[in-house]
Design a protein around this ligand. Structure first.
Ligand SMILES: [Zn+2]
Length: 72
């Protein structure tokens, strides 16, 4: 697992509040039965809120590609 215990705990605590709210990636409602993830800020210092797992993963993959393409 990439995320630690704390992340899982926060995700679980926020999960009931996420249902009926909009995913900030795709703008669609998050519904019970859908897989939801807790989204990190880009610098990993905090959380932006709950999103669909699929949306979150797509965004993460894109960010990694961007980071790798920059030669800092
Ligand atoms: Zn979404």
């Amino acid at each position: 697992m990439r995320y630690g215990y704390n992340h899982q705990r926060i995700r679980k605590a926020l999960l009931p509040f996420a249902y009926g709210r909009r995913c900030h990636f795709c703008g669609r409602l998050m519904l019970p039965g859908e897989r939801l993830d807790l989204d990190h800020t880009v610098d990993q210092s905090g959380y932006r809120g709950m999103t669909h797992s699929s949306c979150n993963r797509r965004d993460g993959a894109r960010r990694q590609r961007i980071r790798r393409s920059r030669a800092w």
